[in-house]
Ligand binder design. Structure first.
Ligand code: KIV
Length: 284
């Protein structure tokens, strides 16, 4: 991509103001980031979903700061246009505000991402405010928060009752007041997401939040059909990359076994007289 301009937070805010939908996807590696950036995605999240889709953990809670950094760095090296968000792993911001600022600073400075994201609403508004005051743009995440899904009764829709919906609306307002420039709304009824989107100044990005959010995010491996363990209701699968890869590798294995690869096209040769001399040298 020649002469591409990096998307700034004011560019993203202008998209909300103009009613232009914002696209966001996860990526965890250099090649993945090259592809999604070239495709024209607006925001790339190096999410802690990394734990499940790339590292083989059963959830996101085991993911460490080092693992996040190891995946944020190659993504930021690849990206020319998209805004890159680095996700703060569980227990990297939950202990104290000082701990949260220190770890946000590590992802932002060493990872060279454009913002950080953390999960939590009213309880984390002061943390968000402090990180923003320290100069680090911050993305919130409310509704279904995977790091604490156990406490929410599992991976379930949130905010369906009036009380629960009021709590999530108040979470959104608290993060907005704290200075978050964007909030992910995960697995909540579309009517609630619409009210939040109309009430807050910041950008809302839905994942199972319905059409009225300012933008939409999904996990790359889900849309590519690469992660087969489970597929939530809000995921649309656009490709079958798992079978595509499986078939390519199976074809390679059978061509090796049947001596069909490598043909001359994939082979180097040297002059016959050199071969003859070499054979003599080798004692044939
Ligand atoms: O970690 C992640 O990929 C996320 C998305 C589900 C929004 O937080």
């Amino acid at each position: 991509m020649a002469d591409v301009q990096k998307l700034s937070i004011p560019d993203l805010a202008a998209m909300k103001a103009e009613g232009k939908k914002i696209s966001m996807i996860t990526a965890y590696s250099y090649p993945q980031a090259l592809v999604v950036d070239e495709a024209g995605i607006d925001i790339i999240l190096v999410g802690d979903s990394l734990g499940m889709v790339e590292l083989g953990y059963s959830g996101t809670t085991p993911v460490t700061m080092d693992e996040m950094l190891n995946h944020i760095k190659p993504v930021t090296r690849a990206v020319k246009r998209a805004h890159v968000v680095g996700d703060m792993p569980f227990m990297s911001y939950n202990i104290s505000i000082e701990q949260a600022i220190t770890n946000a600073g590590i992802l932002y400075k060493d990872g060279a991402c454009d913002s950080i994201k953390l999960e939590g609403g009213q309880d984390f508004a002061k943390t968000v405010e402090a990180i923003v005051k320290a100069g680090i743009p911050t993305f919130g995440h409310i509704g279904l928060t995977p790091q604490t899904a156990g406490a929410l009764g599992g991976f379930k829709v949130q905010g369906k009752t009036l009380d629960a919906a009021k709590r999530i609306l108040d979470d959104a307002l608290a993060l907005d007041d704290a200075g978050a420039f964007a909030i992910i709304l995960e697995a909540i009824p579309r009517q609630l997401a619409k009210i939040i989107t109309q009430k807050v100044k910041c950008i809302t990005v839905g994942i199972g939040g319905g059409m009225e959010c300012d933008g939409q995010v999904l996990v790359l491996h889900d849309i590519l059909g690469l992660f087969k363990r489970f597929t939530p209701k809000f995921v649309k699968v656009y490709a079958n990359a798992y079978d595509f890869e499986l078939n390519a590798v199976k074809q390679f294995i059978s061509e090796v076994q049947e001596k069909k690869f490598p043909t001359d096209e994939f082979t180097f040769t040297m002059k016959e007289e050199v071969v003859d001399e070499l054979k003599k040298y080798a004692g044939f």
